[in-house]
Design a protein around this ligand. Structure first.
Ligand SMILES: [Mg+2]
Length: 293
């Protein structure tokens, strides 16, 4: 028997493709939030690269999406399939963007897409009821695991809604392997989620964990300050190639775990302190962190 494989289950709308920020024309036939027109399928920047890195690392990528707009009369399951096909075509490696090959036949880093057209408030049978495929139900993940030979305990879920994460835990994916994308959080987008997933495979003995504590008060209680510290740490990691394994903030400190030796981590922390102190000085006339530590 073939061994079970780990997967990354991906929510679709606002995880892989732009949804909430679509123009009003996108919602001509549907309620806002129900994307059923393939002409409006557009990747979120960085999503393809993130998928490619996860795929290269050996994860099977599976899209699972609630599409209750069908139950509410905004389109058909054929419209869902058309959107999923358009998305999978966009998620094909760049060297496979041969325009002579029709989009549905290009290779995609995504192995499969599962959709739930049901909605309990819908009026289009047979989709006008609650269904175990509809997130937070576990049905789509269970079906994919069965059909594709996947291993939920070793898999991950990434989505922008709590129900995405609940569907995963209901299907046997450990809570610590579920990632909620949220602006201003350590995981604002799929690129950051991919960093976290790939970093989890790193041997902890090869990492260094360091904390910066505020000079006084609780400056990271300020949302903009917290977001700036997080964005700066990610930018330094990208520029230096040092992998940011974990980043945790409290109101008075930031703790980072880096896949490097202590000396490299101290250099990283010094750069983070220098840049964010300069930002804070320009903004508020005071340092965030003591400079003599
Ligand atoms: Mg979503």
């Amino acid at each position: 028997m073939r061994p079970l494989r780990p997967a990354v289950f991906l929510d679709r709308d606002d995880t892989l493709n732009v949804n909430a920020d679509l123009p009003p024309e996108a919602w001509a036939r549907t309620k806002e939030g129900d994307l059923l027109d393939p002409a409006f399928v557009e990747l979120i920047p960085g999503a393809l690269e993130a998928c490619r890195r996860l795929s290269d690392a050996g994860f099977v990528l599976v899209v699972i999406t609630n599409q209750g707009g069908v139950a509410r009369g905004g389109g058909s399951t054929r419209d869902i399939d058309a959107c999923n096909t358009a998305l999978r075509a966009l998620l094909s490696p760049s060297d496979d963007h041969d325009e002579h090959v029709p989009a549905p036949f290009r290779a995609s880093v995504v192995t499969a897409s599962y959709s739930a057209p049901h909605h309990p408030e819908g009026d289009v049978p047979p989709f006008d009821d609650e269904h175990h495929w509809r997130k937070p139900g576990p049905g789509m993940i269970e079906a994919a695991a069965h059909e594709l030979g996947l291993d939920p305990p070793r898999s991950w879920m990434v989505g922008d809604k709590q129900r995405d994460l609940d569907a995963a835990t209901n299907a046997g994916i450990p809570p610590k392997r579920t990632i909620l994308l949220a602006p201003g959080s350590p995981c604002p987008d799929l690129a950051a989620a991919a960093d976290r997933i790939l970093a989890s495979a790193i041997d902890p003995s090869q990492t260094t964990r360091l904390t910066l504590r505020a000079s006084s008060g609780a400056p990271l209680g300020d949302e903009r300050a917290r977001e700036t510290v997080i964005a700066t740490a990610r930018a330094i990691a990208e520029r230096t190639g040092v992998r940011l394994v974990d980043l945790d903030t409290a109101d008075d400190r930031v703790t980072i775990t880096l896949a490097t030796h202590r000396l490299g981590a101290l250099g990283f922390l010094a750069e983070l302190r220098r840049l964010t102190n300069a930002w804070s000085r320009a903004r508020a006339g005071a340092d965030l962190w003591p400079t003599d530590r």
